[in-house]
Write a protein that binds this ligand. Sequence first.
Ligand SMILES: [Zn+2]
Ligand SMILES: [Zn+2]
Length: 147
Amino acid sequence: MSAAIGAPARALLRDHEISTAEWTRIQFGGDEWFGDACGCSDDRCIGYHHQANEACGCLPALLSNYYRDQAALADGRRVWTAHLRAIETGAPEDREAADRKASLWIEHYYRAAITWSLTETVEGRQGITVTNLFNDRTWLVWDEAAA
Ligand SMILES: [Zn+2]
Ligand SMILES: [Zn+2]
């Protein structure tokens, strides 16, 4: 059972200029809230992650993840623009600049990556791909079409 987002969570979201409707969309991709009253996306947060009389630690963490994702999306667009320019001009210095941007982006947002690529596709989708230490797959971590 999920509860409507309660007043303390609404106040914190308001401080971040995020409406409860937006927060619901960010967490669940729709207009139905499946999380707990404290604003956590887990419907069993109160009494599990923290007591009812304690502030929720999940909501601030979810908010900072959200901002990080937003920054990764926007910065990824800059990497991709440089990549497209390098393809267009064919100039080695443009390729170097694009690869340097990609490398910094990876270092900042995907520390677990062991390799990265701007030219590999995953299920026909283009963007920034990585392989990591944990499994044998190539992951599309920035999607050219979705960003
Ligand atoms: Zn929680
Ligand atoms: Zn909570």
